[in-house]
Ligand binder design. Structure first.
Ligand code: EZ4
Ligand code: CO
Length: 402
């Protein structure tokens, strides 16, 4: 079953998405998400200039072989651009395999390990009371797990907080906006935020929080310890993950569960964190970590070490990635939770899909393949519009993690 054609579709229905569509001689096609927020065209070029010419004429059924061909064949290993491009091919081929077999992809991955996929929503507020209202809103919608982010007193803008009625969106038009950061202000504030949440909402709801790589290991240890009374589901990216051994220090001081991995691209980026049990949840994603095939290998390593999955799922990952994530989540034994930010109606119209949300859980649906499509005519209406992730500086102007 030969691959006869492939094309990259770049569209901006409110935000930028890159999608790979692979077509076969049988007329069956598959989709893969290739979106790398803020660096989208690098992946589009990688696919158009360096991958598509290599895959035309190859057998669409040989998913693992084609993965290895693109990974080993590049000679240059890993990295977000390469791994997003490989992920797009891998995801599209799983979609094709499902359509040919007339089965939803989760059935090809071993079938459902659970009835539904628990997701967490993003509550946020400019201050604590604003965040309380936002959490109440997510509870009304039926969420069982909620991430809470808030503005920090004394800091003009902080990661994870939306503006006005807009949902928080991690990319902005024009030049990258700059946030200001104070570790002291944050560390003093964050236990108060969660003390208020527990006093308002009780012990049952799962609460999560994202530090977004902004602390050193010992500062992260303090944050984790100070949050123990509020028993978070997880504390995310407490310190930049490149320094994997840095997590040993955090682990010596706190039992707050840790989640890491949204910026990782391969199993090699997280093998020490997993093998030394330095984290509790691995957040690698279909689109940025080599597709469904590679994510299954990461999950298998994690299963051995009692680490569960908690894939990244912000709105800068397209509905194609969301669909793929849900098939993976439903099937993999050591699933933990899935991040979910609703896409805009414009985005949903470009990417019609079978998956849905009900009472805190999501379901991939039973359509053959991934159960997601792209309306190419509508996609063409929304031209690419460059946007950049914000950056962050400490109060004295030093560049810091955002
Ligand atoms: O900042 O996806 O947990 N979610 C996150 C996201 C990331 C964005 C970056 O593009 O950290 O909001
Ligand atoms: Co995050």
């Amino acid at each position: 079953m030969q691959i006869t054609d492939a094309r990259v579709i770049v569209t901006c229905p409110g935000r930028n998405f890159v999608t790979l569509k692979i077509l076969t001689e049988d007329g069956v096609y598959g989709l893969g998400d290739a979106t790398l927020n803020g660096r989208e065209l690098a992946v589009a070029s990688y696919l158009n200039d360096h991958v598509i010419p290599l895959i035309i004429g190859r057998d669409a059924r040989r998913i693992e072989d084609l993965w290895q061909y693109l990974y080993k064949g590049a000679y240059w290993r890993r990295g977000p651009v390469t791994m997003s491009a490989i992920a797009a091919v891998d995801t599209a081929l799983w979609d094709i395999k499902g359509k040919v077999a007339n089965l939803p992809v989760y059935q090809l991955l071993g079938g459902a390990s659970r009835e539904g996929v628990m997701v967490y929503g993003h509550a946020n507020g400019t201050d604590v009371e604003d965040a309380v209202k936002s959490v109440a809103h997510y509870l009304d919608l039926g969420y069982k797990a909620i991430r809470v982010q808030s503005g920090v007193p004394g800091l003009s803008s902080t990661y994870g907080v939306g503006r006005g009625t807009m949902p928080y969106e991690p990319a902005e038009k024009g030049a990258a906006p700059e946030n200001r950061w104070s570790t002291e202000a944050y560390l003093n504030f964050v236990p108060k935020l969660f003390a208020r949440m527990r006093s308002e909402f009780g012990d049952e709801i799962h609460l999560l929080h994202d530090v977004h790589h902004r602390l050193t290991p010992i500062e992260a240890a303090r944050a984790g310890r100070s949050l123990e009374p509020y028993h978070l589901f997880w504390l995310e990216d407490p310190t930049p993950g490149e320094l994997q051994q840095g997590f040993r220090l955090i682990r010596q001081h706190t039992v707050t569960p840790l989640a890491v991995g949204e910026v990782f691209n391969t199993i090699f980026d997280c093998q020490q964190l997993i093998q030394e049990q330095l984290i509790d949840y691995i957040r690698t994603t279909v689109v940025h970590a080599g597709g469904i095939s590679h994510l299954r290998k990461i999950a298998a390593l994690a299963e051995l070490h009692q680490v569960r999955t908690g894939s990244h799922g912000a709105t800068d990952l397209s509905p194609v990635c969301m669909a793929a994530a849900l098939h993976f989540d439903l099937s993999v034994h050591n699933f933990g939770v899935q991040e979910y930010m609703r896409h805009t109606d414009e985005t949903d119209a470009v990417f019609p899909h079978e998956y849905g949300f009900q009472d805190g859980f999501m379901y991939p649906g039973d359509a053959p393949g991934l159960g997601v499509d792209i309306d190419e005519d509508l996609a063409a209406v929304y031209a690419y519009d460059p946007a950049f992730l914000p950056v962050n500086r400490t109060l004295d102007g030093t560049m810091h993690s955002w």
